[in-house]
Design a protein around this ligand. Structure first.
Ligand SMILES: Cc1cc2nc3c(=O)[nH]c(=O)nc-3n(C[C@H](O)[C@H](O)[C@H](O)COP(=O)(O)OP(=O)(O)OC[C@H]3O[C@@H](n4cnc5c(N)ncnc54)[C@H](O)[C@@H]3O)c2cc1C
Length: 571
């Protein structure tokens, strides 16, 4: 059977496109998703959980072999120098993609982000063009005004304050006392202030893109086929530059599918890898790997972005902790501020208050500020192939902090947040603040298994013991060498801490950017069509011209909604 569209990857973008393209009954649509299904009514409980750690710490839903480096790697690096440290970087392998395992934060970005998209060559993607599609995604359960939609597939809401744990209430009080404005709606007018976090969740359950867009009703469409456990291994071409289908392994068995158009929705790490394996990408890199160059497109895999972040953690007194009685959420309060540094636009920095940091007993005792550079200038990351083998994960260098302004704003952010620990409401709820790192050690203890449950159970009992003993444990077993005083008062210590601890926040993007054909860094046009190729598009977070000041799920779904309309209109 020949399809009109093959969607490679049923993630945030893929699920959205599958819904919209198959709404026209003449379109035969196939979705190939490497991971498992999340069937309506039988979604894995870990995915439905309001507390997302049960999903994003669960290797069952990941590309487990993927490892990345985050530190700056110079392009003229000494080949004899030790290789950059590799870290795990969770990317979803399950229907719904990132939206099935993410933190459920529903955020849009700054209007200036999308005006910048347009200026960088994605014509027709200004804020005024994108806002209607952000509204189209959602059914806002709390707010009905000019910023919000009421008819979309994804319900959004804010956890009511009466359900917040003591930690979140103290945080809001401290932000208020420090002079930040209260914003009842983070996705209303874009301005600085603290707010209840908006989440893609209804009735204490996650609503992923697949749960929302590929619901039972949509799955009844005879022109829509969803093939899960289907790993696409190769793109097929007839003439040199026309894509006509894919090769895949379906539950382990090889199979071919043909279509008029193939749409890559595999995410910002795997979509450029598909292109490069097909000979579409930087010519020299392809030649080095012995891949015949089908079309030299320098921008493929280049300028990978994420938001650089660090954390400040503290010990929570028992009365401050998440009780799980009314909600299992752990993120309640966020804050946006303007650093006014390095020419950054307003609202360039973002803070999330995490009222617990993992699923286990110690995670429930530790809270954190996650501080990230929302308007980052570091855009020198890269995705390269290791080999032609589709089973090998690509080599991924994020090069976070390659622009010094990002490092300086994180250091400034630490100095802004630290005094909040002296606020009376905060002192009443927590103690022992320290700079923290989402290191591999933390990840290892965060993996859901019996050993970690027992280990953290014992540790938690000790942490709840006498204060001097707690301090000893935090300084010797949890902290990574720097005190809050060190990083606030000593610039060298701050830089060393930030360079060692900075990680991304899973917002991989920009590796197949939209832009004008004359721009050597552009990979697709403003409707996701790959420049110079026929029958081939990319529609996912990789086509962002620059990462917006936001968590990237809603910007990705918005992108897919807008391109779905373009495809249906014949573009
Ligand atoms: C742990 C985590 C936490 C996050 N937290 C938030 C948050 O709170 N809020 C927010 O807005 N954003 C968050 N994000 C980011 C957001 O979820 C992503 O930016 C978004 O989901 C990206 O969508 P996408 O369509 O580009 O890719 P994805 O949603 O990742 O979809 C890609 C899909 O393609 C499939 N695929 C890949 N290769 C193949 C292949 N060869 N064959 C078949 N299928 C393939 C994958 O299995 C996957 O399902 C988070 C992401 C992660 C991973």
């Amino acid at each position: 059977m020949e399809f009109d569209y093959i969607i490679v990857g049923g993630g945030s973008a893929g699920s959205t496109l599958a819904n919209r393209l198959s709404a026209r009954s003449a379109n035969r649509v196939l979705v190939c998703e490497a991971g498992e299904d999340t069937p309506p009514g039988k979604e894995p409980p870990e995915i439905l959980d309001s507390y997302p750690g049960t999903a994003y710490l669960n290797p069952r839903f990941h590309w487990t072999q993927l490892k990345v480096s985050t530190e700056v790697v110079g392009h003229n690096r000494d080949p004899n120098a030790p290789p950059p440290k590799l870290r795990k970087y969770e990317q979803a392998r399950v229907l719904g993609g990132g939206s099935s395992i993410n933190g459920q934060m529903a955020n849009r970005g700054a209007p200036t982000d999308f005006d910048e998209w347009h200026e960088r060559g994605a014509t027709g993607w200004r804020w005024k063009d994108c806002l209607p599609y952000f509204k189209k995604i959602e059914r806002d359960l709390d707010v009905d005004d000019e910023w919000h939609g009421q008819d979309g597939h994804i319900p959004v809401r804010r956890v009511p304050e009466r359900q917040w744990p003591g930690h979140a209430k103290a945080l809001a009080e401290a932000f208020g006392r420090a002079g930040y404005k209260y914003l009842p709606d983070q996705n209303g007018r874009f301005e600085d202030g603290y707010f209840p976090i908006t989440i893609s969740n209804a009735e204490e359950k996650r609503v992923s893109a697949s749960i929302g867009y590929l619901n039972a009703e949509v799955r009844k469409r005879p022109n829509l086929t969803i093939s899960t456990l289907t790993h696409v291994t190769e793109l097929l071409f007839d003439e040199e530059r026309r894509c006509v289908g894919v090769k895949a392994t379906v539950d382990g068995r090889p199979q071919e599918f043909r279509a008029k158009e193939v749409i890559l929705c595999s995410g910002a790490i795997h979509s450029p890898a598909h292109l490069m394996r097909a000979g579409i990408g930087p010519a020299r890199h392809l030649t080095d790997l012995g891949i015949p160059v089908r079309h030299a497109l320098y921008g493929v895999g280049q300028r990978l972005m994420d938001h650089p972040s660090i954390a400040l953690a503290s010990f929570l007194k028992p009365k401050a902790r998440v009780t799980n009685k009314e909600t299992r959420r752990h993120l309640f309060v966020g804050m946006r501020y303007s650093s006014k540094m390095g020419g950054a636009p307003p609202g360039d920095m973002f803070v999330v208050g995490a009222s617990k940091t993992s699923w286990h007993a110690v995670g429930e005792q530790i809270a954190s500020f996650i501080l990230f550079v929302n308007k980052t200038y570091s855009e020198t990351g890269e995705v390269r192939l290791r080999s032609r083998n589709p089973g090998d994960e690509p080599e991924v260098e994020f090069n976070l902090l390659s622009d010094r302004r990002d490092l300086e704003r994180l250091a400034d952010g630490i100095r802004r947040l630290t005094p909040l620990y002296n606020d009376p409401a905060m002192r009443n709820m927590m103690s022992n603040p320290f700079p923290a790192s989402y290191s591999d050690k933390v990840r290892q203890v965060g993996e859901i298994n019996t050993k970690n449950r027992i280990l953290t159970g014992v540790m938690a009992k000790l942490l709840d013991g006498p204060g001097f003993f707690r301090r000893y444990l935090i300084e010797n077993l949890i902290m990574e060498g720097y005190t809050l005083q060190d990083v606030c008062n000593d610039e060298d210590a701050a830089e060393a801490f930030i360079r060692g601890a900075a990680v991304g926040v899973w917002h991989a993007s920009c590796t197949c950017r939209m832009g004008a054909e004359s721009d050597t860094m552009a990979v697709t046009n403003n409707a996701g069509r790959v420049h110079g190729m026929a029958g081939l598009r990319v529609v996912d977070a990789s086509i962002f011209p620059v990462v917006p000041c936001a968590n990237t799920n809603f910007p990705t779904i918005m992108t897919a909604e807008k391109i779905a309309d373009a495809i249906l209109a014949g573009h």
